[in-house]
Design a protein around this ligand. Structure first.
Ligand SMILES: [Ca+2]
Ligand SMILES: [Ca+2]
Length: 239
C-alpha cells in the first residue's frame, strides 16, 4: 500500500486515539481537520522533508543554554584569520561551543543580533556534534582552515562588530536568546580577541586573549583552544 494511502487508512484510528486522550466522544472530533492531520498536511510534511534532507529529523534545532560564546574577535588589527593575506573586517569572528551536555544540534536559522539589531542568519545543512567549536564569520570571509573538532559557519551578511563596544546575541528559530555576550571598547594597540579564561566554560569570565598566560602572547585563537592546540584538546568533543 502506498505510504500516503496507508496514513490515510490510519486516520480513523488516530481520531479514536485523540478522542480518548481528550476524553471526548469520536463524534466531537469527526470532520475537524485542525485536530487530526488531513492527508494534504501529511503530503506537505513529506515535501518539507525532501528539502531538509541534508539534516536528519532527529537533529533538532539548538536550544537556549546549549551554546556558549567562547571568543569574540571584534578588531583583527593585524590578525589574518582567513589567511587571505590581509587583515581587515573580514577577519572578525565569533567562536562558540555547542555544550557537551547537549545533543547534536541543527544550527540552521540561528540569527545574530548586534546591539539589538538583526545582523543576519546562519545556514548550515549539517548536524553539529556536541562539544564542537563553531566559528561564525561574515559572508565575505574566505574559507577557514580549521582542525578536527571545529566547524565554520557563515552569516548571510558581514559581521561588522563595533570596535567601540557592544552586545551580541544569538537567537534560535523560535526567537529565544541562545547566548549573549558584551565586549568593551578597544581601540589602542594591536588587535586581540576577548576570550573565556577557560575554553567552553560558561562560568569563566572574558579577558583579552593576549593577556592570558596560556595564550603565550597570541592575540587570538579562532577555531583553536586558547593554548593554540586543537579543540578536542580543551573540549569534550563527541566521540
Ligand atoms: Ca584576512
Ligand atoms: Ca579560541
Amino acid at each position: 500500500m502506498p505510504c500516503a494511502s496507508f496514513r490515510h487508512a490510519l486516520l480513523p484510528c488516530l481520531t479514536v486515539l485523540a478522542s480518548a486522550c481528550l476524553s471526548l466522544p469520536p463524534s466531537a472530533l469527526a470532520g475537524q481537520s485542525d485536530v487530526v492531520a488531513s492527508p494534504q498536511d501529511v503530503l506537505a510534511t513529506d515535501a518539507d522533508d525532501a528539502v531538509q534532507a541534508a539534516v536528519p529529523e532527529t537533529c533538532l534545532p539548538v536550544l537556549t543554554g546549549e551554546l556558549i560564546v567562547n571568543e569574540v574577535l571584534v578588531r583583527p588589527g593585524g590578525l589574518d584569520v582567513d589567511g587571505d593575506g590581509v587583515s581587515n573586517g573580514r577577519d572578525e569572528a565569533i567562536e562558540f561551543v555547542l555544550d557537551a551536555s547537549a545533543s547534536a544540534a541543527n544550527l540552521e536559522g540561528v540569527t545574530l543580533e548586534v546591539d539589538g539589531v538583526l545582523r543576519g542568519s546562519v545556514h548550515l545543512a549539517e548536524c553539529v556534534p556536541k562539544g564542537t567549536l563553531v566559528v561564525l564569520v561574515g559572508s565575505t570571509t574566505q574559507a577557514l582552515d580549521l582542525p578536527p573538532g571545529a566547524v565554520a559557519v557563515r552569516l548571510d551578511k558581514t559581521l561588522k562588530l563595533p570596535d567601540e563596544g557592544g552586545t551580541l546575541a544569538l537567537r534560535g528559530v523560535t526567537g529565544s536568546v541562545l547566548a549573549q555576550v558584551s565586549w568593551p571598547a578597544e581601540k589602542d594597540g594591536l588587535g586581540t580577541s576577548r576570550t573565556r579564561t577557560r575554553d567552553g566554560d560558561r562560568n569563566a569570565g572574558f579577558a583579552r586573549h593576549a593577556d592570558l598566560p596560556l595564550a603565550k602572547g597570541q592575540r587570538a585563537s579562532i577555531g583553536w583552544c586558547l593554548s593554540g592546540k586543537t579543540p578536542c584538546d580543551c573540549l569534550p568533543c563527541a566521540k
